[in-house]
Design a protein around this ligand. Structure first.
Ligand code: ARG
Length: 279
């Protein structure tokens, strides 16, 4: 990782073009509750969800990224959360296996997309893992959440498949049920996270591996601020995470706030809607 210092002492940051996979929320609704944010009695405005999603999609294009689309399927309202669909490292695709029956059919749908789009190494997993919801890839590690969805067996399966060290991190607060609600990769091996979302042991591991991490407070984490997507320079975050935006600027990043309020009703935001395809 190269960090250039600008005259003000703030590191200069460089964006690297990315390839993302997204799924338009045409069939988005909250018809069941499988996390603490979902309330099926609260109305959801699907047209508004599509509009907010389109702004995110268009933003990625304007930043110079490639965005592929997978067709949404009726009856799978959570399919918009593409991050959960797989984990892709060095062109190798680890499929997802969902904990909840409501989402089970999404796993094969995403695997099929990868097979149809020229990916030859696609593993249909034996153990539960919810894709990049719980697997976050840094230069040296795959950080892996457990406690609510993905399992330690699923972590080992990922380690064998990718040949990268997988670091299991235990999530303890039901509001932060996927790792990507509690931690985000900013660049290389640089991360930000909300310490209170993790067990004491996992906090100690994070402190050891990432002594310079940006620590994110309760308010920003509660606004889904850690559900962020970084290209190394631009960090796309929910617009409500304002203190976090300041913290990111202080580190030389360019935060971009988005309103994804409808998709928040399903328990997801920026990162949940974005699966990174690492060639
Ligand atoms: N309703 C979905 C679920 O509970 C939301 C998934 C959010 N995605 C994510 N990457 N955190 O599974």
């Amino acid at each position: 990782m190269t960090i250039r210092r600008t005259p003000g002492g703030v590191p200069g940051r460089t964006a690297r073009p990315r390839r993302y996979l997204m799924c338009r929320p045409e069939y988005f609704e909250v018809s069941y509750a499988i996390n603490a944010w979902m309330d099926p009695t609260k109305p959801v405005d699907t047209a508004r969800a599509v509009m907010q999603w389109e702004r995110l999609h268009d933003l990625y294009l304007s930043l110079g990224h490639q965005v592929d689309l997978i067709d949404p399927l009726p009856g799978l309202p959570d399919m918009v959360y593409a991050a959960n669909g797989a984990t892709v490292v060095d062109g190798k695709v680890l499929g997802a296996r969902f904990r909840n029956v409501e989402r089970a059919a999404e796993g094969p749908a995403y695997q099929e997309w990868f097979r149809a789009n020229g990916f030859t190494e696609v593993l249909d997993p034996e153990f539960v893992n919810e894709g990049e919801g719980d697997f976050l890839v840094t230069t040296n590690f795959v950080l892996a959440g457990w406690g609510f969805r993905s399992t330690p067996e699923g972590h080992l399966e990922a380690q064998e498949f990718f040949g990268k060290p997988v670091i299991g991190l235990r999530l303890t607060d039901p509001r932060y049920y996927h790792l990507d609600t509690a931690l985000a990769v900013l660049d290389g091996d640089e991360v930000m996270y909300h310490p209170a979302a993790f067990s004491a042991g996992s906090r100690a591991v994070l402190e050891q591996l990432f002594p310079d991490a940006l620590l994110v407070g309760e308010q920003d984490a509660g606004a889904f601020g850690l559900n962020a997507v970084s290209d190394g320079r631009h960090v796309v975050i929910p617009e409500a995470a304002q203190t976090l935006a300041e913290q990111l600027r202080g580190r030389g990043f360019e935060p971009i706030g988005m309103d994804l309020s409808e998709l928040l009703k399903g328990g997801g935001s920026v990162k949940c809607c974005t699966l990174e395809i690492r060639a």
